[in-house]
Design a binder for this molecule. Structure first.
Ligand code: PEP
Ligand code: MN
Length: 282
């Protein structure tokens, strides 16, 4: 009955990473980056571009939960070093998904936040292990899960003593096939009523098509979400996963610019990171 995730009237604000980029209670967090960390130094260039556009945090999957075992599965442990390098160069805190409870401790040593993907939202043992790592957690809604089930999954994390949970609406499966999933925009006001936890929207996975992503992202800002997580790639057509939905860095820059007046209208400020720590020291 999602008792732990329900604290009426309270809004939980979370500070992520050494610079303490904020989410919740009026702070709108823009997380961006490629679906997967890919071979080469593309991640570093994407990270620099999105930092320049005003993103507050970098995402990139080292391990990818693919529907088909024949699709690119991610670089695995090799994907962690590029994330750390991009974090050092830009000052952006980093989030990546963990698929296996055995990898939690290793990954937690390299990143600032752990992601639970839609396909693992109901994986209790993984949730418990991730909660115990002591980092903030990004919990994505399963595409067949109700709002109540998402809150129950959040309770697994809270029950382990981890209060720093951010929920993500990323689209659910409906009879509609025009989009990859159906963004349940209604879930945002419902969740904000039922939980004190910050709620983000992932506009990329429901759209499935890059040109629809900015409209869904602006809807997220207008509806009262606490942030967005959006996929960005240097050359979307060549992305090794989710190529169709990745924004170019230029399209991402235009999106961020278009969000600011909407955020001002709904009384939120976009979270920013302090100047890159590593670059300041050089
Ligand atoms: C992702 O964030 O790239 C991802 C795999 O998302 P989801 O778990 O929502 O499908
Ligand atoms: Mn993806």
């Amino acid at each position: 009955m999602h008792e732990l995730s329900h604290r009426p009237g309270d809004r939980h604000r979370i500070a992520i990473g050494p610079g303490g980029v904020a989410v919740g209670d009026g702070d709108f967090l823009v997380i961006a980056g490629p679906c997967a960390v890919e071979p080469g130094d593309g991640l570093l260039r994407i990270a620099s571009a999105i930092a320049g556009s005003g993103a507050g945090m970098l995402r990139g999957g080292a391990w990818k939960p693919r529907t088909s075992p024949h699709s690119f599965q991610g670089l695995g442990v090799e994907g962690l070093a590029p994330l750390v390098a991009a974090r050092e160069a830009t000052g952006l805190p980093v989030v990546t998904e963990v698929l296996d409870p055995r990898d939690v401790a290793l990954v937690a040593g390299s990143v600032d936040m752990l992601q639970v993907g839609a396909r693992n939202m109901s994986n209790g043992p993984l949730l418990r292990e991730i909660a115990r790592a002591g980092l903030p957690v990004l919990l994505k809604r399963g595409f067949g899960a109700t709002v109540a089930e998402l809150l129950d999954a959040a309770d697994y994390l809270l029950a382990e003593g981890n209060e720093d949970v951010v929920l993500v609406e990323r689209g659910i499966r409906t009879f509609e096939t025009a989009t990859r999933f159906t963004l349940d925009i209604s879930a945002i006001p419902v969740l904000r009523e039922r939980t004190h936890l910050p709620v983000l929207v992932d506009p990329s996975h429901p759209a499935g098509v890059a040109r629809w992503v900015p409209d869904l992202a602006r809807a997220a800002a207008a509806v009262g979400a606490d942030g967005i997580m959006v996929e960005v790639h240097e050359v979307p057509d060549s992305a090794l996963s989710d190529a169709g939905q990745a924004l170019t860095t230029a399209a991402f820059d235009a999106l961020v610019t278009s969000l600011d007046p909407i955020l001002a209208a709904v009384g939120r400020r976009r979270s920013t990171v302090a100047a890159p720590v590593a670059l300041e020291l050089r």
